[in-house]
Design a protein around this ligand. Structure first.
Ligand code: FES
Length: 306
């Protein structure tokens, strides 16, 4: 599952093409076309988030030098870039380990044994919560809720959700991360899991098999902002934040989310615990509700299957 990030348009595209020519084809640069592209990105803030995400993926954090370069390249003030980098919890100005382990100590996870899980993580990794191992292999963090309370204790490693982690499985989890999640084949440790959702008004499925993320059908919604509407596709894998939208929507903008079938707004009385924007809710197949923050770029989402 994901949040209504409508920042960078993630429609599959080839980095080496402008205007539809295949990669590797030498094509005369059209200055007007290039100016149009630059102007489009200059007006929106979403592309800055995409740039920062990639820098963080490369360096493990956002070095000051990189922020200055982003400011020069985008023409945005350093204060503006810094504001975006510090607004979203997904970004870090401090170097982190190669793997980031984030354990939830919120109430629901706490009563299901999260403190013992954190203690075991500290023991296995030989680092206290909030720290990074001397080898810079792991950073261990704790948070007060990861939005999947019914599945606690929850641990997120490098963005992958591991629900119902018992203390006895912590060593396996760390081994899995060290070996490489995809190479380990550790089936007993669940990670990203798909969530099927439908409109709470017309009960039509919101699954879109024609647009997949990571092999799973996406969730298609109608996103509206500033009088314009378009499709928004979200990853159906809970904990995955991939998304794609038909329209450019500025970072931090709060969008309206609706059902593409009956057009009803997916409103909710909940307020995002991270950024205080209103949330939208969808019905989970089999029972329950999933809520997502309507602010572009906020990764907050909650799954309640109780
Ligand atoms: S309390 Fe742990 S996910 Fe909400």
């Amino acid at each position: 599952m994901t949040q209504p990030v409508v920042t960078a348009n993630e429609t599959p595209r080839c980095e080496g093409r402008l205007g539809g020519e295949p990669c590797g084809t030498e094509r005369e640069v059209d200055p007007q076309r290039v100016r149009e592209i630059a102007e489009k990105h200059r007006l929106g803030r979403g592309p800055v988030i995409a740039i920062l995400e990639e820098i963080q993926a490369d360096y493990g954090h956002l070095p000051e030098r990189a922020l200055r370069l982003v400011s020069e390249e985008t023409g945005r003030s350093l204060a503006d870039i810094y504001g975006i980098a510090t607004f979203y919890r997904a970004f870090s100005l401090e170097p982190k380990g190669r793997h980031v382990v984030c354990a939830c100590l919120g109430t629901a996870c706490h009563v299901r044994g999260a403190p013992a899980v954190v203690e075991e993580l500290e023991r296995q990794l030989e680092v206290t919560a909030g720290g990074t191992t001397a080898s810079r292999e792991f950073t261990l963090e704790t948070v007060n809720c990861l939005g999947a309370c019914a599945l606690g204790p929850v641990v997120v490693v490098d963005g992958r959700y591991y629900p119902r982690v018992p203390k006895s499985k912590v060593a396996d989890l760390i081994d899995t991360v060290r070996i490489g999640v995809d190479a380990s084949g550790a089936a007993q440790l669940q990670r990203l899991f798909p969530v099927g959702v439908s409109c709470p008004h017309c009960h039509e499925s919101l699954s879109d098999e024609a647009f997949a993320f990571d092999g799973s059908p996406s969730i298609r919604l109608r996103a509206s902002y500033a009088g314009q509407s378009g499709s928004l596709w979200l990853s159906a894998l809970y904990g995955c934040h991939r998304s794609s939208s038909e329209r450019d929507i500025p970072a931090r903008a709060v969008v309206q989310l609706g059902c593409p079938h009956c057009q009803a707004e997916l409103t909710d009385s909940w307020i995002c615990p991270e950024c205080e924007a209103p949330m939208a809710s969808m019905a989970v197949d089999g029972g329950g509700t999933v809520r997502i923050c309507r602010r572009n770029g906020c990764t907050s989402h909650m799954l309640d299957v109780t």
